[in-house]
Design a protein around this ligand. Structure first.
Ligand code: GDP
Ligand code: MG
Length: 328
């Protein structure tokens, strides 16, 4: 205890702060609303318009940086931080529900979707207005209800409705939207925000919004390392995207060329990451490439290297360079 404090005879209330400490407990005249943040799993058929929806929701508010390892095994489709609504939404992908699959496949996919929903705070079930298959709607509703999460139903592509909207195939309260023509997007944004739990943002605001693809690519590689390696190693791993050339002229089929370095802390980790005869690194490379291709929706040639960069975690300049800190 400081001397000043010990001699302090003021008695203006409990826990009088040190002079140097800002008085945080005093209510400020314009106290800001608390923030909301959460994971939203999008469930729907393939082609229902998930990617399009992400693009139009993300719009100018694009904010994609993922410096923390995922706590979930589910792929993050996009992160939207909306300062006006004081909300951050982390959208999780789920495998598309198929219409007429064989039973076993259908069940297997349903299990994966259930897992994604378990990882989420809110479920967004998307229907396609041009395919109002009652069986599929019923199956989706049943699956989603089973998760017991706050749920939003929306039917996309209403711009293709020939006349008046027919909402009868969908559950009550389903929001009609068009992701492509951005119809009813604010209503959807409000509906999602209202169901998000209160809490601080999990991802930083500042975006490197000019390079979202690079960041997702790095994140997908890191996610793969998490899945493939023992626990201790990935926490001291960073990914640097050295080169990212779209539709490289010299690659057959004009694939994207991506050259990435996995930075590790110690020499011993480099060996583990590479594995016997390079087998581990090859596997990480292949799995990462498959994820990156799914994300970019085009073929990719991925080159991965491992480099030791001792104590990179402690070196701020490196962190900055890798995008783990603000550039400001
Ligand atoms: P995903 O497979 O769920 O990601 O679906 P996509 O976003 O790739 O969309 C599949 C197709 O539907 C694409 O051709 C989109 O242009 C189209 N699409 C998506 N949203 C809408 C919409 O609101 N209206 C119309 N007319 N087409 C849409
Ligand atoms: Mg898609």
């Amino acid at each position: 205890m400081s001397e000043a404090r010990a001699n302090d005879e003021r008695d203006e209330g409990p826990a009088a702060p040190d002079a140097a400490t800002p008085v945080a407990s005093v209510p400020q005249p314009e106290e800001e609303q608390p923030t909301r943040c959460g994971y939203v799993a999008i469930v729907g058929q393939p082609n229902v318009g998930k990617s399009t929806l992400m693009n139009s929701l993300v719009g100018e508010r694009l904010s994609i940086v993922t410096p923390k390892p995922h706590t979930t095994r589910t792929r993050v489709l996009g992160i939207i931080t909306d300062p006006n609504r004081r909300a951050q939404v982390i959208f999780l992908d789920t495998p598309g529900m198929v219409e007429t699959p064989r039973y076993r496949l259908q069940e297997a996919m349903a299990n994966v979707i259930r897992r994604s929903m378990r990882d989420s705070d809110v479920v967004l079930a998307l229907f396609d207005y041009t395919r109002p298959d009652p069986d599929l709607v019923a199956r989706t509703v049943e699956l989603v209800r089973g998760a017991g999460k706050p749920t939003i139903y929306a039917v996309n592509k209403i711009d293709l409705a020939p006349g008046e909207l027919d909402m009868s195939p969908y559950p009550e309260g389903t929001l009609p939207i068009s992701a492509l023509f951005e119809l009813n997007m604010p209503a959807l944004g409000d509906a999602i925000t209202a169901k998000l739990p209160l809490g601080p943002y999990l991802y930083p605001l500042d975006a490197l919004a000019d390079q979202p693809e690079r960041f997702f690519v790095a994140e997908l590689i890191r996610e793969t390392i998490f899945e493939e390696m023992d626990k201790e190693i990935p926490y001291t791993t960073a990914i640097a995207i050295e080169q990212f050339i779209e539709r490289h002229a010299e690659l057959p089929g004009r694939k994207d060329y991506i050259n990435a370095t996995i930075l590790v802390d110690h020499d011993s980790q480099k060996g583990i990451m590479i594995g016997k005869g390079g087998a581990k690194l090859k596997r990480i490379g292949r799995l990462s490439r498959e994820k990156i291709e799914r994300f970019l929706e085009r073929p990719v040639y991925l080159e991965l290297y491992v480099k030791v960069k001792r104590d990179w975690m402690k070196r701020e300049a490196d962190l900055r360079e890798l995008g783990y800190l603000d550039r400001s």
